[in-house]
Design a protein around this ligand. Structure first.
Ligand SMILES: Nc1nc2c(ncn2[C@@H]2O[C@H](COP(=O)(O)OP(=O)(O)O)[C@@H](O)[C@H]2O)c(=O)[nH]1
Ligand SMILES: [Mg+2]
Length: 316
């Protein structure tokens, strides 16, 4: 590793905002150096906590996160938000509504907000998100919140990357029950019933309690159900407390060295896949015919071309 990179990592660890931007760009560009940095950072992570916040669109996740930011900043801790937007490419567009809502924090150095597209052209959102989480952890972000919509497989995958998963529901409609059916019950460490200012929050809380009691669980952790009103900020302090409690619970669990090794292996494996996918994209872009051939339905020698491409990539 060269001196500049070493210095950059040191600056990142000291909470230097410019080093953070630089490292993030390197990762987004999938620069060779980025992979080296990430491998190195892996050992320095584990100080901050990562929180996934998921639930139906419109449940109030962004509003809730905005309130969390206020609260965490009052305690003078750092907080970051990664908004996973299914429609934007990895380094591309902003989640406009979210940006606008959270822009009150723009000038605050203790707050970092970034959107991550879940249809990245190579490697996918899982690697990108994991990389961002590690970098922000090393940067000193005490809380890193990942906001995702819905209950698709990619959301469940993302939730596998965070320490604590919060499922946000509202009194409205039967969305709570539907969301729970889609596998949210299993992934939730904390439930939030937002919009408690509206009719029916207690009923939804009761439904969830019922469902939880029907599912046998070996875990010592019983997911709390927290009623909030994100607009007014009511209940947000209780949410933060629940997050801290869950973190405390995780700390009581024995850290299994084999599990850590598996995690590291999975990370390196993902890194290799991402890197290879990057080579393939580069190779395709080197000749305009290739992209066209890939996208046409009547190209006769497609498989041959793909084979050639893979061979070329493995050589480079
Ligand atoms: N009545 C009420 N409305 C809320 C509450 N929290 C959020 N909202 C509104 O619900 C809408 C969706 O909120 P948003 O945070 O964008 O939801 P997201 O899609 O889950 O991120 C916005 O119009 C919010 O102002 C709440 O506690 N009570
Ligand atoms: Mg949102």
């Amino acid at each position: 590793m060269d001196e500049v990179t070493k210095k950059r990592i040191k600056n990142l660890q000291e909470g230097d905002r410019r080093a953070l931007s630089r490292v993030l760009s390197l990762v987004e560009e999938q620069d060779d150096q980025a992979f080296e940095i990430l491998e190195h950072l892996f050992e320095h992570t584990g100080k901050g906590m990562s929180v996934g916040i998921t639930g139906p669109a419109g449940a109030g996740k962004s509003t809730l996160i905005d309130q969390l930011i206020r609260l965490v900043r009052k305690q003078d801790q750092k907080i970051s938000v990664l908004a996973v937007d299914p429609s934007s490419p990895f380094s591309g567009g902003a989640v406009l509504g979210d940006r606008v809502r959270m822009q009150g924090h723009c000038s605050d150095d203790g707050v970092f907000i970034r959107s991550v597209g879940s249809r990245g052209k190579s490697g996918g959102v899982s690697f990108a998100t994991r990389a961002l989480l590690q970098i922000l952890d090393v940067y000193g972000s005490e809380y890193t919140v990942v906001e995702t919509v819905g209950a698709g497989q990619s959301e469940v995958d993302i939730m596998n990357l965070v320490d604590t998963t919060v499922v946000v529901l509202t009194p409205e409609s039967g969305d709570s029950i539907q969301a729970l059916k889609a596998g949210m019950l299993e992934i939730a460490d904390v439930f939030v019933i937002n919009k408690k200012d509206r009719e029916g929050a207690n009923r939804v809380a009761h439904d969830i309690e019922m469902m939880l009691s029907l599912v046998p669980s070996e875990s010592q952790w019983k997911p709390p159900i927290i009623l909030t009103s994100a607009q007014s900020g009511e209940g947000v302090a209780q949410l933060l407390e629940a997050l801290q409690n869950h973190r405390g619970y995780l700390n009581t669990l024995q850290v299994d060295p084999a599990r850590l090794r598996r995690k590291r292996k999975a990370f390196l494996y993902e890194m290799i896949q991402t890197r290879l996918a990057g080579y393939v994209e580069e190779w395709i872009d080197r000749d305009p015919h290739r992209r066209k051939a890939l996208e046409s339905t009547d190209e006769p020698n497609l498989y041959k071309m793909v084979k050639e491409g893979i061979a070329a990539c493995l050589k480079s």
